[in-house]
Design a protein around this ligand. Structure first.
Ligand SMILES: [Zn+2]
Length: 201
């Protein structure tokens, strides 16, 4: 099942059992851009039904986002250096990457993240930015925490993204106003305590 976000963008929603991330499908002229590939068998089948060339972007290395990689056909793959160390394939993104695919404007960018090292986002047409799990916390020492420096850097990076809508994987409401997502991160950042690198949430 695909849900449409715009004439050129749709997504296969995340599932809880098995845990599988949202898979975003962007139809460009030369490629269909696929952001994350999920872990659910039906999702792999659905991705393989897409005709033409596919360019895959992985948000980070966690299984619910990358497990299907071996089960799908693709022509290009973009990963962070850290994700490369887990999947052992793909072109490594270290800086902003831009491509105009027949009028569809693709922008891949690294996101400092407490949740997962080497997180990447995908911005399309200055309208939607897909963030994977980058805005989420990390489970550490029995609690959910953010690293305050990474969170500050993340807020700075996201503030500079032009997209009107930010899409966080697994979220019930996938596309939300950029301001709403940033406001939540700023609220968490405001709870930091002097001398403590971690913020508990
Ligand atoms: Zn996830």
């Amino acid at each position: 099942m695909q849900i449409r976000l715009s004439p050129r963008i749709s997504y296969i929603p995340a599932t809880d059992d098995p845990l599988s991330a949202d898979v975003v499908i962007v139809r460009g002229l030369s490629y269909t851009w696929v952001f994350d590939v999920g872990a659910d068998e039906n999702t792999a089948l659905e991705i393989n039904l897409i005709s033409g060339k596919k360019a895959v972007v992985l948000s980070h290395f966690h299984k619910d986002h990358v497990f299907n990689l071996d089960k799908i056909k693709y022509d290009r793959l973009y990963v962070s250096r850290f994700t490369f160390d887990h999947v052992n394939t793909g072109d490594i993104i270290t800086n902003d990457f831009y491509e105009n695919d027949g009028g569809v404007h693709i922008h891949i960018f690294p996101i400092p993240s407490s949740h997962a090292k080497g997180s990447l986002g995908l911005e399309v047409d200055n309208e939607f930015a897909f963030l994977g799990d980058a805005t989420y916390s990390q489970f550490k020492g029995g609690s959910f925490v953010y690293n305050s420096q990474l969170l500050k850097d993340e807020i700075d990076i996201l503030n500079n993204i032009d997209a009107k809508y930010f899409c966080e994987s697994h979220h019930k409401v996938f596309a939300r106003p950029k301001e709403e997502v940033i406001a939540r991160l700023k609220d968490i950042y405001s709870k930091r305590k002097n001398g403590n690198a971690l913020i508990s949430v």
